[in-house]
Design a binder for this molecule. Structure first.
Ligand code: FAD
Ligand code: UDP
Length: 365
């Protein structure tokens, strides 16, 4: 039977939008649906008082992939924003990621890289065996002082369990530098799309039919019958009606305030690394685009356990969840006309550039 569309794309986030754009450009007929009332998935930005508010958390684009950078620059001009967050602990300010500025603040006699190495080496000696959990991994990387000021509280709030019960790999994401360089990322390219991410995704989807407030699972059979190929970017377990069990996620709550103040915290991202406050970060959105207006908008980010109806933000990659995800991936491979792609459908912690890279490398012939 001839189908109405070549591609039905479930989810107007970055993975769905990249596949949709490529398929449309290749002359295929494409329908994109999303259950939310807006496009762009978690990178959605909303303009309020002339400020682009990152509604699902701070998003900084960074990549080392030349092809991804060239691709995305067709749809947006990126500004020169460089992520250099600060961390606040016990009323004091520290630079992130861990670099010479951080070390010089922590140890009074630390000025040169050799001084920092001396301190870290001494503190590292506490761990005499290969690290078995996040606490041991952190101490063996930077020593107990930095662990207690900058890692312990933040990580325990973020993941909702003690660092001694968390896998070591989480902390490997944080770079340690022996230079006075506050750039959070090592990537070749970095920036924020001028005018916001929504405008960028709008451009990607231009000329493509998009239906919002449309949940694939409300009428799965009908949507499946519409197209020869389906690109599914929703949660992996939900596609299979949780038949093997539920995958675990961490969620977040955002509390946003508009302030009659030009500049509230002087930085786009401020991490709160102690247990004295429940939030992990405060975002001041205007600083992503060097905004200067009389008002500002800030968002407190509170990590929370995932409960039905909440948004799924972070995968919880422990042995049990990874095994369950693998079992679902096996089922997914049997769905011959369905591409499972993106953060939710692959159950992977992907940055934006990883998602675009995956979508660019997906065969849509
Ligand atoms: P999503 O953006 O989640 O899109 C999936 C879409 O599918 C959603 O719009 C959803 O509504 C829709 N959908 C789901 N189920 C259905 C259904 N049944 N029917 C119809 N539609 C459905 N990456 C970076 O590179 N830099 C950062 O600074 C950064 N910061 C982040 C901060 C936070 C707090 C989080 C959680 C992530 C961050 N990321 C960052 C990662 C980034 O958000 C993801 O890589 C990217 O948004 C994933 O795109 P996606 O298309 O896979 O998923
Ligand atoms: N982290 C930390 N202190 C900080 C920021 C991050 O200990 O001030 C740790 C924490 O364990 C977190 C991990 O580093 O889960 C990765 O954090 P990042 O902000 O890089 O990633 P994101 O949460 O944005 O995915």
């Amino acid at each position: 039977m001839v189908k109405k569309y070549d591609y039905l794309i479930v989810g107007a986030g970055l993975f769905g939008a990249t596949i949709a754009e490529r398929a449309h450009r290749a002359g295929k007929s494409v329908l994109v649906i999303d259950k939310r009332n807006h496009i762009a998935g978690n990178i959605y930005t909303e303009n309020q008082h002339g400020i682009n508010v990152h509604k699902y958390g701070a998003h900084i684009f960074h990549t080392d992939y030349d092809d991804v950078w060239q691709y995305i620059n067709q749809f947006a001009e990126f500004n020169r924003f460089t992520n250099s967050p600060i961390a606040i602990f016990d009323g004091k300010v520290y630079n992130m990621p861990f670099n010479m500025n951080t070390f010089a603040k922590i140890w009074d006699d630390c000025i040169t890289p050799a001084d920092a190495i001396k301190h870290i080496k001494k503190e590292r000696q506490e761990i005499t065996h290969p690290p078995t959990n996040l606490e041991e991994q952190a101490i063996s990387l930077v020593g107990r002082t930095i662990y207690e000021i900058l890692i312990k509280g933040y990580t325990e709030k973020q993941w909702g369990r003690p660092c001694t019960k968390l896998p070591a790999f989480i902390i490997k994401r944080l770079p340690v530098r022996l230079t006075y360089d506050n750039n959070y990322f090592n990537d070749k390219y970095q920036g924020i799309p001028i005018g916001g991410y929504t405008k960028m995704v709008e451009k990607m989807l231009s000329g493509i039919e998009v239906r919002l407030n449309t949940d694939f699972f409300k009428d799965k059979a009908k949507y499946q019958s519409l197209a020869s190929h389906i690109v599914y970017t929703g949660p992996l377990d939900e596609y299979f009606d949780y038949q093997l069990g539920e995958l675990e996620w961490r969620s977040l709550k955002f509390e946003t305030k508009v302030l009659d103040e030009e500049n509230h915290q002087g930085c786009a991202v401020v991490n709160y690394t102690g247990h004295d406050v429940e939030y992990t970060r405060v975002i001041e959105h205007k600083h992503f685009e060097f905004g200067t207006g009389p008002k500002t908008i800030i968002t407190y980010e509170y990590p929370s356990a995932y409960r039905k109806g909440a948004e799924k933000y972070y995968t919880v990659n422990n042995k049990q969840n990874d095994q369950l995800a693998d079992a679902y991936r096996k089922l997914a491979r049997k769905e011959s006309n369905v591409i499972f792609g993106g953060r939710l459908a692959e159950y992977q912690y992907y940055d934006m550039d990883d998602v675009i890279k995956k979508a660019l490398d997906t065969d849509i012939s």
